[in-house]
Write a protein that binds this ligand. Sequence first.
Ligand code: ACO
Length: 325
Amino acid sequence: MSILRSVVRGVGSYLPAEVLTNADLTKIVDTSDEWIVERTGIRARHRAAPGEFTSDLAVAAARAALANAGLEPSDIDLVVVATATPDHTFPSTATEVQAKLGITRGFAYDIQAVCSGFVYALTTVDAQMKAGLAKRALVIGAETFSRILDWTDRTTCVLFGDGAGAVVVEAQWSAGTNDDHGLLAAHLRADGRFWDKLYVDGGPSTTGVAGHLRMEGREVFKHAVTNLAEVIEVLFEQTGLTGADIDWFVPHQANRRIIDATGRKLGIDPAKIVLTLERQGNTSAASIPLALDAAVRDGRIKRGDLVMLEAMGGGFTWGAALVRW
Ligand code: ACO
């Protein structure tokens, strides 16, 4: 027993009730089901109800993850919410989630790395577990992107959806080998020179209002496959593992073409790729835990499986994490 690892004890997710299909979007902007499906693979997405906030989605996902772990809110000493759509400018959505769950010990904070938020959060929490700062954490990705979309801009409003996913991770002493359960390796990157390729044109310090999402889709696409493959290769080098060793590839669900191209580049069997974007769209920081929950619940991801997570998002930020379930 030589190393503390963050081991996943439970996973859960939540999707708002309202479903917006591509056909629904054709009534709002000049688009077609055919264009959206061909370019992205997306057919539908969920939208939060008026009065339903990011913290509400996060709490529902957290409760499901706690139930899956067989744990109570009082067992948690760290709450981290990865989100780019917080309830308020401050305090953090994580503190609101903490209060709604009735947790009064430990600490809580948000992570802002847009679509890479869940990978950033898991990696940061792991470092804090190793440093002895926390023992059991809720790591949540939760977003209400519907609130920052420009619903007159067909190039962006068709891509995103609302939702939340959560995992409970616990610090456990482990042997320090690739056979351990938990986070085995992770690598994070950012390059702020590209901040204006995917950003929101508002904020407390600039315009004083939340603003709307703006994106140069082609620029994002161009960098995505190269950046994602780069961080995954780092993990393969660190661990000595290869694409053939991966049981499940759980990518951030932005675009089917990005996912397929990344999988091909890394030699990952398409049958091992977990896809949820068809019914959920791009839920930013929520997409990886939503996909994890789907694959655990339908019996694909089982204890002992090796799972590769990867994401890229605004900033640009990107990263990958290798987890043994
Ligand atoms: N419906 C119909 N036509 C559209 C739509 C739409 N919803 N949106 C754009 N078009 C039109 C454009 O106006 C353009 O028309 P024009 O040729 O007459 O000017 C044409 O379609 C082609 O537009 P492009 O932007 O060049 O289309 P592209 O093939 O690049 O696809 C897309 C756009 C899907 C956004 C693609 O660039 C992409 O997926 N980029 C990655 C962006 C992404 O996934 N971002 C998510 C966050 S980052 C991440 O998570 C990785």
